[in-house]
Design a protein around this ligand. Structure first.
Ligand code: AMP
Ligand code: ZN
Length: 117
């Protein structure tokens, strides 16, 4: 069922505390933790605690929760004192999505090229 924890989901395991992560912020509905393979000085993943497979599924099933995730991206940027940052939601394997639990990448702390690769 949408939103229920999935046994085979890495990020559900991080939410449950079964897999360690460097957590930088937590709210009632979201967790933010440092990416294990950072692509920038700040590379934090913001996830909803509830399982949704990608950003669009999250927005369709739980729009308030999608807004919570977006609000947290700004809070992460504030914590790392970033004036500018990029939010990325890789969606689909062709775009590089490897974990099928919605997550926003917050990237900053270096120059960010546009368009992205
Ligand atoms: P994506 O490729 O958009 O699905 O993003 C998944 C991200 O999760 C990648 O940037 C990985 O480096 C990151 N990742 C994978 N395992 C972990 C972990 N145990 N802790 C933190 N980040 C992770
Ligand atoms: Zn999950």
């Amino acid at each position: 069922m949408a939103g229920e924890p999935q046994d085979d989901c890495l990020f559900c395991k991080i939410v449950a505390g079964q897999v360690p992560a460097t957590i930088v912020r937590e709210t009632d509905t979201t967790v933010a933790f440092r990416d294990i393979n950072p692509q920038a000085p700040t590379h934090v993943l913001v996830i909803p605690k509830a399982h949704h497979k990608d950003a669009a599924a999250l927005a369709a099933a739980a729009p308030e929760l999608a807004a919570d995730v977006l609000r947290e991206t700004q809070a992460v940027a504030d914590e790392d004192k970033l004036d500018s940052y990029r939010i990325v939601f890789n969606t689909g394997s062709g775009a590089g999505q490897t974990v099928w639990h919605a997550h926003a990448h917050v990237l900053g702390g270096r120059g960010l090229e546009w368009p992205p690769g």
